[in-house]
Design a protein around this ligand. Structure first.
Ligand code: PLP
Length: 429
């Protein structure tokens, strides 16, 4: 494939935008090479500025669960845009989407819209702190909750009681209130809780981790977390920015039958526009301004265009629940196909899959936490990524990302992808 125009555009972008990108992972730093500039997308496919076509397994990092440029979502956007794009006043459509979200997601009475997953998680933690009148939080190594200061804390092995910031600009003062635990390690959590009695406001986690590859919770990990929270007056926050409206209509709470206290959303809920949200039962949400004293606001929150896209997306998913079975089956088919060709090619691998989330790790370890995720052979991954790209298959440019399957992907596309993986991992891989 030729990437001449992408390359020119990247050179120009780098002059005016730091690193040429508006979000770092787009820059291909983890895999080497230059990013591809996408011109348009339709259904399962991306088309770049040089006219190359790719089957897309990133799907805008999750939102495009029905594929790109879904006609109903696009129509809803066009109709809405004709009526004005922002008023800074309440609008009816905000209640419509809130009502539908409350119907689809178990265990929530109210939802507040924001503009990104980062904002949702940041606000959820502030709400938990305001509600419990406690300062500390527990997060898990390898879980991503957006780029607000509280969450940018270095992943350490073992029980770490004092976090180290992993970005300059995050102060020690902030870092000291973020306690790090190991994913899928309940004993570790219990120890941290016992060492910080009556100080922990919340435990926040991805109920299925998706930012260290795809790592599902093991055994009764989530139930045990629920129990620890109940016994210690701690709020359980499920960061469902990735899993919400994807693993099921009601997200991970529905799939695992666990009730969290606060949930955060993003990605799918915006239908491809910048949206995040957080939700809880009434008694907790009553603490938010303007009812309560926990402040949270946004000039463009609940923006009509964003709500139009999000509402149409949720309506489609709500009206056709069979979509979930369909994407889950497609993803299982992809897993089986990849397992077969990688085994035939004698490649060492572990594949994790749950619902429409899947990741391939070039490691023979069980993938259960950040430590095991780091054991993957990154040189292999780079080769795999660039090989697949050359075949016309676009997976995320990092070994620590999950692939997302959209309903637009056909079995023909999946077969093509499996065959590409066979070629890429053949002799000498
Ligand atoms: C993407 C993501 C976020 C951050 O959302 P942004 O919209 O990028 O700010 C937070 N949590 C999880 C689990 C995510 O996958």
């Amino acid at each position: 494939m030729i990437y001449q125009r992408s390359s020119q555009l990247f050179a120009e972008a780098k002059k005016y935008i730091p690193g040429g990108v508006n979000s770092p992972v787009r820059a291909f730093n983890a895999v080497g090479g230059e990013p591809i500039f996408i011109k348009e997308a339709k259904g399962a496919y991306l088309y770049d500025e040089d006219g190359n076509q790719f089957i897309d397994y990133i799907n805008s990092w999750g939102p495009m669960i029905l594929g790109h440029a879904h006609p109903k979502v696009i129509d809803a956007l066009i109709e809405k845009a004709k009526k004005g794009t922002s008023f800074g006043t309440p609008t009816e459509i905000e209640t419509e989407i809130a009502k539908l979200a409350v119907k689809m997601v178990p265990n929530i009475d109210q939802i507040r819209m924001v503009n990104s997953g980062t904002e949702a998680c940041m606000s959820a933690v502030r709400l938990a702190r305001g509600y419990t009148k406690r300062d500390k939080i527990i997060k898990f190594a390898g879980c991503y909750h957006g780029h607000s200061d509280t969450f940018l804390i270095q992943a350490g092995s073992g029980a770490v009681t004092f976090g180290e910031p992993n970005s300059p600009g995050v102060t020690q003062g902030t870092a000291k209130d973020t306690l790090l635990a190991n994913y899928n390690d309940i004993e570790n959590v219990k120890q941290i809780v016992s060492e910080n009695q009556n100080e922990i406001a919340c435990i926040i986690l991805e109920p299925v981790a998706g930012n260290m590859g795809c790592i599902p919770p093991k055994g009764d990990f989530l139930q045990q977390l629920r129990q620890v929270c109940d016994e210690n007056g701690i709020l359980l926050i499920f960061d469902e920015v990735m899993t919400g409206f994807r693993l099921a209509q009601g997200g991970a709470q529905e799939l695992f039958e666990i009730k969290a206290d606060i949930m955060t959303f993003g990605k799918v809920i915006g239908g491809g526009l910048p949206v995040g949200a957080f939700a809880a039962r009434q008694e907790i949400m009553d603490h938010l301004a303007p009812l309560g004293s926990v402040y949270q606001a946004g000039t463009l929150s609940g923006n009509p265009l964003a709500m139009a896209a999000g509402l149409k997306m949720l309506q489609e998913l709500h009206q056709q629940p069979e979509i979930y079975q369909s994407i889950n089956e497609k993803t299982a088919y992809l897993r089986e196909g990849l397992q077969k060709v990688l085994t035939e090619n004698e490649v060492t691998f572990t594949i994790n899959q749950i619902g429409s989330m899947i990741s391939v790790h070039f490691s023979d370890q069980e993938m259960k936490d950040f430590e095991s995720a780091k054991s993957g052979n990154n040189e292999r991954f780079k080769k795999f990524f660039h090989g697949m790209l050359k075949e016309g298959v676009y997976i995320a440019p990092s070994a620590f990302e999950t692939w997302f399957i959209s309903e637009a992907v056909s079995y023909g596309d999946l077969d093509f992808t499996i065959e590409a993986a066979r070629k890429v991992t053949a002799d000498g891989f």
